[in-house]
Write a protein that binds this ligand. Structure first.
Ligand SMILES: [Zn+2]
Length: 291
């Protein structure tokens, strides 16, 4: 089963839900970055959150979701486009913490002394950035608080990554948003539905997909599915893009790199290595002079 996400809306138009299965995405992230179990859960939750808030983007729109909570993992960054592609990395992928109450200590590893930042580049003059302080570093409640602080949207978020001896067993999440005019009488109903979804990774492990997650979140409420989209861990890097970044370096830096036979530039997001020869760097300096 491939990773995908589903969008739904209540028939009265006041409740929006998006649910995603991200097991393969988190598995690939774990592999390319050699993530510890705790880092897998932390980055996996942020990758899932990035997809859940990426719905509604079009064309070349992109978004970046960043968390820095002052914990041992350092910065966590994910980046999504409008086609369901997501990528991401963490500063210290090797960090492992002892279990807390039998669970991976994501909050302790991320830390809660910092901010969550969401930058949307929608092709306008300036990208839009919103931020909010972290609540716990557990990501889901930080996302809920962020949406309230920056967009005044009342929401509920659940995110989960289940890691076993063999790697990632299941991952996914669900975001429910209440739009202006929602029926206050439905809130108790939704909260009860959500209580049953708190262990979402275990639910996904049993084979439950996004449709069923939406059905459970909206049990007792009439709704319709808006769309379904395949999602994947895919990086947008290329040798040309890395070269374009190298050209921006100072001549002295490029000359210093030419001391080595070959320069290897590694993509932070996916670990792909791009090799440039001394001759390539010499060309860059020549091209800069021609600009
Ligand atoms: Zn890359």
């Amino acid at each position: 089963m491939k990773d995908y996400m589903i969008r739904a809306i209540s028939l009265d138009g006041s409740i929006r839900v998006v649910a995603a299965r991200t097991t393969d995405i988190v598995s690939i992230a774990r592999e390319v970055h050699n993530l510890s179990n705790t880092a897998t859960a932390a980055l996996g939750r942020l990758l899932t959150a990035g997809l859940l808030v990426s719905t509604g983007m079009k064309g070349d729109d992109t978004l970046t979701l960043r968390v820095n909570g002052g914990g041992p993992l350092g910065n966590l960054i994910v980046d999504a486009d409008a086609d369901g592609h997501i990528r991401g990395y963490v500063s210290h992928p090797e960090v492992e913490l002892p279990l807390k109450n039998g669970k991976l200590d994501v909050g302790g590893a991320v830390g809660s002394e910092g901010q969550m930042y969401l930058t949307k580049d929608l092709g306008l003059k300036e990208p839009y950035t919103g931020s909010a302080r972290l609540i716990s570093g557990e990501i889901a409640e930080d996302m809920t608080y962020f949406l309230w602080q920056s967009e005044q949207i009342r929401s509920a978020t659940t995110l989960g990554v289940l890691v076993g001896k063999e790697g990632v067993l299941a991952a996914g999440g669900l975001l429910l948003q209440l739009l202006p005019g929602y029926d206050e009488g439905l809130v108790d109903n939704i909260e009860a539905n959500f209580a049953d979804l708190s262990d979402i990774s275990r639910i996904i492990e049993t084979g439950v997909g996004p449709e069923e997650l939406v059905a459970r979140a909206l049990a007792g409420i009439d709704y319709r599915i808006i769309d379904e989209k395949e999602v994947s861990f895919t990086c947008r890097c290329s040798k040309d893009k890395v070269a374009a970044a190298l050209i921006l370096l100072e001549d002295e830096e490029l000359l210093e790199m030419m001391g080595d036979e070959r320069t290897v530039a590694k993509c932070h997001f996916c670990g792909e290595e791009y090799v440039f020869t001394r001759e390539d760097l010499r060309e860059f300096i020549k091209n800069k002079k021609a600009l």
